[in-house]
Design a binder for this molecule. Structure first.
Ligand code: CP
Ligand code: NVA
Length: 311
């Protein structure tokens, strides 16, 4: 049974196939095959979501399947039923689980005790669907309509600014390694990439560069990326975070210090005036809504791949 819990659950060759399939699904939307026909996929969400929920529900529908949305408070998990039993129970009914929750370990446990593919729709540790869609968005531009998407990423540099110690930053560390890219992260001391991601990246042979200087991180960057300063679950720290992260705001001046044709990316939701200025969001090289749309195409390719590998 294959799962998509972290970026490197697919090999580089498999990820290249996923990108190629996503490109075809995008081109043939409404006309392509439906590999999830007759299937029902559970979507367990313990946190808010706009993009992830909608893109998965629409994507599963377009692949011929049915999405069953399960807010975590609606199921017995919130009343103490174990992850193990939840996995065993759901496996008797459904064909796959898409889950957004806090602890990355819960996904490993679901995968271990269930008999269906598990897809990570965001944890505190990683957001792999996002990073695949982001890399695909850049590759589409760099490879053109017929070029090799994965090859177009090789050697490119992504600069991540802001909260360098949480899910999106961690996912870029793994994603950059898988896609053959370089990653430089700049954030305030105390928010550095943590020991867990450093150990995981090290065990995979990946490396990253961390600096407290935002201009050092963006020098030579092909992508300038940021995320909210206060992630879901950190609301009590919002004011302190705003103060500490202000030097890492993506301003027009900071964006201009990257390559002249660099793209600006953000997973969204964005807070203009906090992690990024409105001027940068208005720049024609800001591709945030292409990233959003590509969540649909790339996730459909991921689901179809997991369904195919199951048989
Ligand atoms: N980028 C992202 O995952 O957005 P949502 O939280 O709206 O799903
Ligand atoms: N770091 C953010 C990402 C939202 C898509 C969060 O976890 O809230």
């Amino acid at each position: 049974m294959r799962h998509f819990i972290q970026e490197t659950d697919f090999t580089r060759a498999e990820a290249a196939q996923i990108f190629a399939l996503a490109r075809r699904y995008k081109r043939e939307r409404g006309r392509h095959e439906q590999p999830l026909a007759g299937q029902t996929w559970a979507m367990i969400f313990a946190k808010s979501s706009t993009r992830t929920r909608v893109s998965f529900e629409v994507g599963i529908h377009e692949l011929g399947g049915k999405a069953l949305f399960l807010g975590v408070n609606d199921i017995q998990l919130s009343r103490g039923e174990t992850i193990d039993d939840t996995a065993r129970v759901l496996s008797r009914f459904i064909h796959g689980i898409v889950i957004r929750t806090f602890k990355q370990d819960d996904l490993a446990e679901l995968a271990q005790h269930g008999h269906v593919p598990v897809v990570n729709a965001l944890t505190d540790f990683l957001h792999p669907c996002q990073i695949y869609a982001d890399a695909f968005t850049a590759a589409e531009r760099w490879a053109g309509p017929a070029g090799d998407l994965m090859a177009s990423l090789a050697g490119r540099k992504v600069a991540f600014l802001g909260d360098t110690g949480f899910n999106i930053a961690n996912s870029w560390i793994l994603g950059a390694h898988l896609f053959g890219m370089k990653v430089s992260l700049a954030g305030p001391p105390g928010c550095e990439p943590g020991p867990e991601i450093s150990k995981l990246a090290g065990s995979l042979g990946g490396c990253f560069h961390y600096t407290a200087d935002p201009f050092e991180a963006v020098a030579g960057a092909d992508i300038v990326y940021t995320d909210v300063w206060t992630s879901m679950g950190q609301e009590k720290e919002a004011e302190a975070r705003r103060r500490r992260m202000l030097p890492y705001q993506v301003t027009a001046k900071l964006f201009a210090a990257a390559k002249p044709d660099a793209l600006f990316m953000h997973c969204l939701p964005a807070h203009a005036g906090e992690e990024v200025t409105q001027e940068v969001l208005d720049n024609p090289r800001c591709v945030i809504f292409d990233e959003t749309e590509n969540r649909l195409h790339v996730q459909k390719a991921i689901l179809a791949t997991l369904a195919r590998l199951r048989t």
